[in-house]
Design a protein around this ligand. Structure first.
Ligand SMILES: [Zn+2]
Length: 272
């Protein structure tokens, strides 16, 4: 009896310790990390548009400077601050979202973002490279799961865009799915009618980087110099609060330099 009671107490104590440790040291989140991201995003999207503009003088003359602010890996505790700045500045953005146990409590923000006129787009349910890049089937299963999880929070019929975790030429997928996996996924995304998109400006604020708001702003504005159309990669993950802090200055820089803001789908439609 005594033995049983001690054993039960020991088990309870170890369970409590495990629970506390879990709170103190949560499992590492699966998010885009700086080293995973391609240094050479696929900019075919812009090249095709530029080629059309070259043969269409009227389009060239009237083409406005455009910027799409995009946020990956949310929603998270960082997202409310991002939404607040966007509302105050009256600019739209595009959110490439994830949906798993680590951000379940923030998923209602997706409805809020979509109602405010922002675009909701697909990133990944799990964002676990070893799972989603095992095979094309595994990738599309993850996307199906993401859509199921978003169904209660977003109008799925408005979702048209997708961003591959790590980008379409990321440095990690080959380890799990072989060298041809991204080429295959891009072709399948086209066949399935998804508008997949990388970026041409990077805030370099992915998980693992600890940048000040000033550094985030500097990365974005430096990367945008000389570009008439910008798709800016930023993150609204739990570790990128300084991106939200930098956002007012980033938006001001684009306003001062004659850009107007739009969602990725709006830019696609404009260039189509
Ligand atoms: Zn990501």
């Amino acid at each position: 009896m005594q033995f049983t009671r001690s054993r039960a107490l020991a088990l309870a104590a170890s369970a409590a310790a495990g629970f506390c440790l879990g709170l103190l040291f949560p499992a590492r989140l699966s998010l885009c990390r700086a080293g995973d991201l391609t240094r050479n995003p696929d900019t075919q999207f812009f090249q095709a548009a530029a080629a059309r503009a070259d043969t269409d003088v009227s389009r060239e003359d009237t083409a406005p400077r455009r910027v799409c602010l995009t946020f990956d890996d949310g929603p998270s505790r960082t997202t409310p601050a991002v939404l607040e700045v966007l509302e105050r500045e009256e600019v739209p953005a595009t959110f490439f979202v994830v949906a798993n146990d680590s951000n379940e409590k923030w998923l209602p923000l997706i409805r809020q973002a979509q109602s405010a006129g922002h675009e909701i787009a697909l990133h990944s349910a799990s964002h676990k490279y070893s799972d989603i890049y095992r095979s094309p089937d595994a990738f599309w299963e993850d996307i199906d799961l993401l859509r199921q999880r978003l169904a209660g929070y977003a109008d799925l019929t408005q979702i048209q865009c997708l961003r591959f975790p790590g980008g379409s030429t990321n440095t990690v997928s080959h380890k799990y799915g072989g060298d041809g996996i991204m080429k295959e996924l891009k072709a399948e995304a086209d066949q399935r009618g998804w508008r997949w998109v990388d970026w041409n400006v990077c805030a370099e604020d992915a998980a693992g980087e600890k940048l000040s708001a000033h550094e985030v702003c500097r990365n974005v504005t430096r990367g945008s110099e000389g570009l008439d159309r910008c798709i800016v990669l930023m993150h609204d993950s739990p570790s990128t609060a300084t991106t939200a802090e930098a956002l007012p200055d980033i938006i001001q820089w684009y306003k001062d330099n004659g850009y107007t803001f739009c969602t990725v789908s709006q830019l696609y439609d404009e260039l189509a």
